[in-house]
Ligand binder design. Sequence first.
Ligand SMILES: [Mg+2]
Length: 391
Amino acid sequence: MKSKQHAAVLPPVRITRIEAAPLFGESPKGGWSAEIRPQDSIHAIVAVHTDQGITGYGSVFTDGRLVQAALKVLEPLFAGENALEPERVTEKLHQNTFWMGRGGTLTHAISGIDIALWDILGKATGMSVGRLLGGVYRNRVQPYCSLLMEEPKAMHDVIASFRAKGFTAFKIGWGPFGRGLDTKLDEAIVRAAREAAGEKSRLFVDAGASDAHWPLGFKWAKRTAEMLKDYDVGWFEEPVKPDAIEEYAELRRCSPVPIAGCEVLTRRQAFIPWLTRGAVDIVQPDVTKVGGISEQRRIAWMAYDFGVKYIGHGWNTALGVAADLQMASAFPDVDLVEFIGGSAYVDGILAEPFVLDQEGWLSIPDRPGLGVGIDRDKLARYTPDPAPLFA
Ligand SMILES: [Mg+2]
């Protein structure tokens, strides 16, 4: 009996190498004041290879060249490590890089590694990441289609086109909103979006105040929050500068619509003051920046215990979305995932692309690991050399 139990223990699956590939050419526009160009890399795919022939995949929201450099720095720490222990291995990477960009590029890069390690653990055990996180509360979730703000007529048309594709929840953000210093234009954009989305759709608004040199302050945010209530907007995101925690807290108390934020934060520890000071109704950590699934799950549980809603921001590639879907399955109250509309890196790299069901929801894969597979030929359109990602 005893020897049988021993035989069932999985032997270590050793990390042999980790590769990153920057994505180019089709990065979705950010609505940033310094807009992303086709030659800019802001998203990267990470592959963790092992001595058992299992490869795990993750993605990172940052310049792929920075990820490649980070992997060189981290290599002595991850080489030969057991890929079946994602939390311990990534915590080792965090703890030993205190002086070299903690919270920055290294944390972003570790996010991709951590997602890939969870993928490997799932593939090695035959379980989805959601199950590995402790259990599955749901097998489908509503994606909200995330779109850049446009002038009212264009805003109406773009929402109508994604509504026709089946989406039933929308978020509009960045672009001219607020930046035009024209509150009438702001309202006209939201009105056009609500008309195009229809009464029954969910609608959210993202000011994107983490943009460079955000020109507006608390009073604009307070007045705008009141306007948004008239259009049944479900939350107001990044309404003030991303470090203005006191303004967030004050706005949360007086705003008639919920306040969302924190997509720019990395490391679980950075979320503590935001939760203890009651600064947001909704936290939106990005699994591809914050430290990966190991970090994200701790933030999500911490938020849950503070009565703050968690909604993932991992839309940067199909792998980020896949990680968000697994996270959405494993928490009692997650009812949305962010899904950027019309991104080649989400729609165009999987062997089996995500498909909306009749109600505009996504099913959450109950297959080993993240439950998605990259199509090498499709990926090759967006990165010069995909070969190192494949064993
Ligand atoms: Mg946002």
